[in-house]
Design a protein around this ligand. Sequence first.
Ligand SMILES: [Zn+2]
Length: 252
Amino acid sequence: MAIKIDKKITGYNVVKPEDKLAATPVAAAPKEAPTAEVIQMHESVERPETLVGSTFKIKSPLFEHALYVTINDIVLNAGTKHELRRPFEIFINSKNMDHFQWIVALTRILSAVFRKGGDVTFIVEELKAVFDPRGGYFKAGGVYMPSIVAEIGGVIEQHMKNIGLIHDPEMDDATRKLIAEKRAAYEQAGAKKKADVTAAPVGAASAATAPSDTESNGFPPGATLCQKCNTQALVLMDGCQTCLNCGYSKCG
Ligand SMILES: [Zn+2]
């Protein structure tokens, strides 16, 4: 194959057989579909006209009116194997204007963090660790919320789980089995106690009211707060505090 050289030669290389082999795939690559550049999240990614999102309602005894938390997502590299849905902005709405200024500040900073790119999941733990000095409250299911900010953190965590940014640590089968066994043992012991009470004449009334107590959050009545999973599921078994939700045990 003859190649006409119409420019000044400024340098040269001798092509060896192995260079030719190595060069072939590279030369062929551009003929195939030009691989699109993978877009990562960074500050100058422009906001598309339309974003997809979710709105969560937060009802707290600390707030007179509900809070509505909206998180909108951007979908990067849509339709490719690099498709990634990331939170892009957050808004919080409420009828209650008492907390307006810090809510606006919080949402602006959170939105800025989302747009910075990189790993943004850390903000969940930061928010969930905020304690209200006036005290927190219990959610349905016996989960303790130390503050309204922590609950906003919980909502963001839920959203990040929904879009696949955070994955629940898979509870291994052994732990799950152990919790089920402990729970069964605890309930059996409770049933035995209840049967003894029912046998006594005064016990009839208390036995009748007992089931509704048990159903309140799925954990036995009188269960205390587990420090590990923030759920009211800690019971005393064989003289040892044991959590029926996450399996935590004071005795290891
Ligand atoms: Zn626990």
